[in-house]
Design a protein around this ligand. Structure first.
Ligand code: OXD
Ligand code: MN
Length: 608
């Protein structure tokens, strides 16, 4: 962290290193944004979309080598290697700084350095953090304007708060006098560095312009750096959606959901319930910062102020509210473009057009064998455009959390929903969650589960064992009864024919209803070796075309499958090493013995 007084000196020092032609401090006005957008269009870096179809919206096309987060070029540079742990790429901070200093030297020649003051979290929140990002990418500037609280008002807040996370970013493509720029400048993969210095609270990112690597407020600050700050300060920075659920009587609860990337967090956070009278509203779709008030209860804020969502597969059918949100004032990246200058991607509603410009700006027809939009094509839109944004989404103290959901894509073994026996068992569930690998290209691994603790595998800024201990410590700090209940959900169970058994999407509201009512203990559950599953008939299936057999498959415990699961978790736990919390090993052993010797009438759950 640096102080307000150190700001100018740091900007000067970084400018002396990167040698931009000019420095622009972003103020955050609409007029400024229009100027930036016009410049992006006139320099051919952005395409203005048809204002009749997509008012105020633009499309960008990245270099084909710069389309996603680069986990193998993402580094945690803690003083000690053991503090980064087995899930991170560690580098010695001094050595990494030396390497990157040479890369940054002169990297902004011929370009402008933009100074972006931004805030993660609502103004006035005890959790909010200020970052100052220096960048030579105007794409980054216009995206950060939507994703964060941005501009002069943040500098004002900095005078009070007096601490900011310095963030330096360059696409790594300096321009010699007269040299023409690329549409999407970046560097080859081996020169990309997404570097975090967790002890110093510092971020340096070089060589990529893609969202997760370049919009430094999101994954870099709000997850990797914030997770370390949160551990030091006894709060939590998590890869979670936050939703508000209201029942037909008007009673509300707030629910967190940790699901790995591409498991439908954005969809769930904006879901339209099929159950009459129930309502879901959005507080956040990707990140939650969670703190404990003196009452021992957990409260969460969404540190972001925009959605950076996956476009591919989004439709009025799969996510009506997201489609409404992106009808205007939206930035699209790597989508396809229709002949009348609107956006298109695989999975969007309507007929497939005869002709498109694909994300590589090539002609595309129905006979083309390559996808028109990149699978990781994105939309960036301000939260304010979400039609179901909860009015309290911006509340400085956050919303009180009643339940935490964890889960991934598991075609077998894991039931539709099960509730933990208590906090420690819930942390165990979060520690072993993950998705089964199915991609044909990694055939060796098919059927293997990629464990992704609390969906934080690529985002924990320190040792995964210490991270899991932190979850346990947060629980110990409270009275267990005050803490949210933890549930493992799995929408992705398949039958023998490989088809999904549960219909998903809006029908997930049936599971949300059961969870809501479990929080009030007003619906029945059945105690099993793995925790509480819905009692027979306790999930509201009114109007749903699901056979009783299918529901039983989703509900009952596959003991052999679970014993196999225990072995697989044990193997995974070995990879965490000696920092694995003993409590979790005990939980695993207890699960194994419950699976072998379960007696519902003689089950001691007092320990939880
Ligand atoms: C992710 C994202 O990769 O949110 O998780 O972009
Ligand atoms: Mn995410």
């Amino acid at each position: 962290m640096k102080t307000y007084k150190e700001l100018q000196g740091w900007v000067d020092e970084m400018a002396a290193l990167c040698q931009p032609d000019r420095i622009v401090w972003c103020v955050g006005s609409d007029e400024e944004n229009e100027r930036f957008m016009s410049e992006l269009v006139s320099t051919k870096k952005a395409l203005k979309l048809n204002p009749e179809k997509r008012p105020g919206s633009y499309a960008f096309f990245s270099d084909p080598s710069d389309v996603a987060r680069v986990e193998n070029r993402t580094f945690i540079a803690s003083q000690l290697e053991e503090d980064a742990g087995p899930t991170n790429n560690w580098r010695d901070p001094e050595v990494l700084k030396e390497t990157m200093t040479e890369l940054f030297r002169g990297s902004m020649k011929g370009r402008t350095m933009y100074v972006i003051p931004y805030m993660m979290g609502p103004f006035g929140s005890p959790l909010s953090k200020i970052g100052i990002q220096l960048t030579d990418s105007l794409y980054v500037v216009v995206n950060m304007r939507m994703m964060t609280r941005f501009g002069s008002k943040v500098l004002e807040a900095l005078k009070e708060q007096d601490a900011f996370v310095p963030c330096l970013h360059s696409v790594g493509y300096p321009l010699e006098p007269g040299q023409e720029d690329l549409e999407w400048p970046s560097t080859p993969i081996d020169y990309k560095y997404i570097a975090h210095f967790p002890e110093e609270r510092l971020i340096w990112s070089y060589g990529s312009g893609y969202g997760g690597n370049a919009l430094l407020g999101k994954k870099c600050l709000a997850l990797r750096i914030a997770s370390k700050i949160a551990k030091d300060e006894m709060w939590m920075a998590e890869h979670m959606l936050i939703l508000k659920l209201t029942n037909p009587e008007g009673k509300t609860k707030y629910i967190l959901g940790a699901f790995p990337s591409a498991c439908g967090k954005t969809n769930l956070s904006m879901l339209i319930p099929t159950l009459p009278g129930w309502k879901v509203e959005t507080v956040g779709d990707d990140i939650a910062w969670i703190w404990m008030k003196p009452d021992g209860k957990l409260y969460a804020i969404n540190p972001e102020s925009g959605f950076f969502g996956v476009a591919k597969g989004t439709s009025y059918q799969s996510n009506y509210n997201a489609m409404k949100a992106i009808e205007k004032n939206t930035i699209f990246t790597n989508v396809a473009i229709t002949d009348d200058l609107d956006v298109w991607w695989e999975g969007i509603d309507g007929e497939v057009p005869e002709h498109l410009m694909d994300w590589k700006k090539q002609d595309w027809t129905k006979d083309s064998v390559t996808p028109a939009a990149h699978p990781n094509s994105r939309f960036t839109v301000s939260t304010s455009q979400c039609p179901v944004l909860a009015e309290e989404w911006d509340q400085p103290e956050g919303v009180e959390i009643s339940a935490i959901l964890v889960g991934g894509r598991r075609p077998s073994t894991i039931p539709l929903v099960h509730e933990s026996l208590g906090w420690k068992h819930g942390v165990f569930m979060g520690s072993m969650m993950g998705s089964e690998l199915t991609a044909a290209t990694i055939s060796k691994e098919i059927g293997k589960v990629r464990r992704d603790p609390f969906a934080m595998l690529p985002f924990i800024g320190y040792h995964v064992g210490d991270y899991l201990q932190h979850w346990l410590d947060m629980g110990k700090k409270s009275n267990y009864a005050m803490l949210p209940k933890i549930f493992y959900v799995n929408w992705f169970r398949k039958n023998e024919d490989g088809a999904f058994i549960w219909p998903g999407f809006g029908e997930n509201s049936r599971v949300l209803k059961w969870i809501f009512e479990r929080c009030d203990e007003s619906v029945k559950a059945e105690l099993t070796p793995i925790g509480y599953v819905p009692a027979k008939g306790s999930i509201d299936l009114t109007g749903l075309d699901l056979t009783e057999d299918d529901m039983e498959t989703l509900r009952i415990i596959d003991t052999d499958g679970w014993l196999h699961e225990v072995e697989s978790i044990r193997e995974y736990y070995h990879t965490i090493g000696s920092k694995l919390p003993v409590v979790l090993e005990e939980e695993l052993n207890k699960l194994e013995s419950r699976l072998k010797f379960f007696d519902v009438n003689n089950q001691n759950t007092d320990d939880y």
